[in-house]
Design a protein around this ligand. Structure first.
Ligand SMILES: C[S@@+](CC[C@H](N)C(=O)[O-])C[C@H]1O[C@@H](n2cnc3c(N)ncnc32)[C@H](O)[C@@H]1O
Length: 234
C-alpha cells in the first residue's frame, strides 16, 4: 500500500513538473481569468495583519502573491513537490520583488517540514484533489496552524451529475481536455477533468474539516460552482 501511494505521488509530481512552463497560461485561458478572481476572493478573508502564511502546493506562486499583496507584513512559506514549479515561483517572486517575503521548500503536503502551531494561516489552491490521503493533508494543515489560525482551501469538488450537462459542465468535460492537449499535455488535462469527476463532493470535504478539529467551517461555491472555497478556523 505504502509503495502504491508513493507511486501516485511520483506520478503527480512528474505530471505537474511537465506542465509547469505553460501552467499559468492554461489557467488563465481555461478559466477566463476566474482563477485570479478566486484567489483574490479567498485572500480577502485574511486579516491584513496576518504574519506567517503557509501555501501548500504553491505551484507557480499565484496564491502566495495574492496573500503577500493583501497582508503587507506577511511572510509566506510556499511548499511544493515539483521542483520546476518552484523554479517558476522563485523567478516570479524575483520579478515582483517579493522574494524576501516568500520562502520556498520542496516537500510533501502530507508531511510538512514545519513545527506544530507555527502558522497564522494556511492556503491551498487546487491541490488537495491530488492528495493520496485527503484527511491526512487536512490534518497536517490543522497541525501547523496556531489556535484561531485560518485555513483557506480552493478546490474543484465533484459536482452533481446534472451539472455536467450545463454549458460550463460540457466545457470542462470536452473543451478543457482538448485545449489542454493542444497547448500543453494531454494526460494532465484529461486527468484534470477526470479528477474533478471523481473527487469528493464539497459537503464531505467540509465534514472532514470538522472531523479533524476545525471550527466555523464554511464552503462557498464560486462561479456557478466551478470552484469552491473552504474557510475554517482552528
Ligand atoms: C493545480 S497546481 C496549483 C498551484 C497553485 N496553488 C495555484 O493556485 O495555481 C497543484 C500544485 O500542487 C502540487 N502538489 C500536488 N501534490 C502535492 C503534495 N502532495 N505536496 C505538495 N505539493 C503538491 C503540484 O506539484 C502543483 O504545483
Amino acid at each position: 500500500m505504502e509503495s502504491l501511494l508513493k507511486r501516485k505521488r511520483e506520478a503527480i509530481r512528474q505530471m505537474f513538473s511537465a506542465i509547469a512552463p505553460k501552467y499559468d497560461l492554461l489557467n488563465r485561458l481555461l478559466s477566463g481569468f476566474q482563477d485570479v478572481r478566486w484567489r483574490k476572493f479567498a485572500v480577502d478573508w485574511l486579516s491584513p495583519s496576518t504574519r506567517l502564511i503557509v501555501d501548500i502546493g504553491t505551484g507557480t506562486g499565484d496564491f502566495a502573491f495574492a496573500a503577500i499583496k493583501r497582508c503587507r507584513e506577511a511572510k509566506v512559506i510556499g511548499i511544493d513537490i515539483s521542483e520546476p514549479m518552484l523554479v517558476l515561483a522563485k523567478s516570479k517572486a524575483n520579478s515582483k520583488r517579493v522574494s524576501d517575503r516568500y520562502k520556498l521548500i520542496c516537500a510533501d503536503g502530507l508531511n510538512l517540514p514545519l513545527a506544530d502551531g507555527v502558522a497564522d494561516a494556511v492556503l491551498s489552491a487546487f491541490v488537495v484533489r491530488n492528495f493520496e490521503d485527503l484527511s491526512e493533508g487536512i490534518r497536517e494543515m490543522f497541525r501547523i496552524l496556531k489556535p484561531e489560525g485560518v485555513a483557506l482551501i480552493l478546490e474543484f469538488c465533484q459536482p452533481p451529475v446534472e451539472w455536467w450537462w450545463t454549458p460550463i459542465g460540457l466545457f470542462v468535460r470536452y473543451v478543457v481536455p482538448m485545449v489542454g492537449a493542444l497547448l500543453s499535455n494531454p494526460v494532465a488535462y484529461a486527468y484534470l477533468t477526470a479528477s474533478i469527476q471523481t473527487f469528493t463532493p464539497s459537503e464531505a470535504i467540509a465534514n472532514i474539516m470538522f472531523d479533524v478539529g476545525f471550527k466555523k467551517v464554511a464552503s462557498l461555491p464560486l462561479t456557478f460552482s466551478v470552484a469552491t472555497l473552504f474557510r475554517a478556523v482552528k
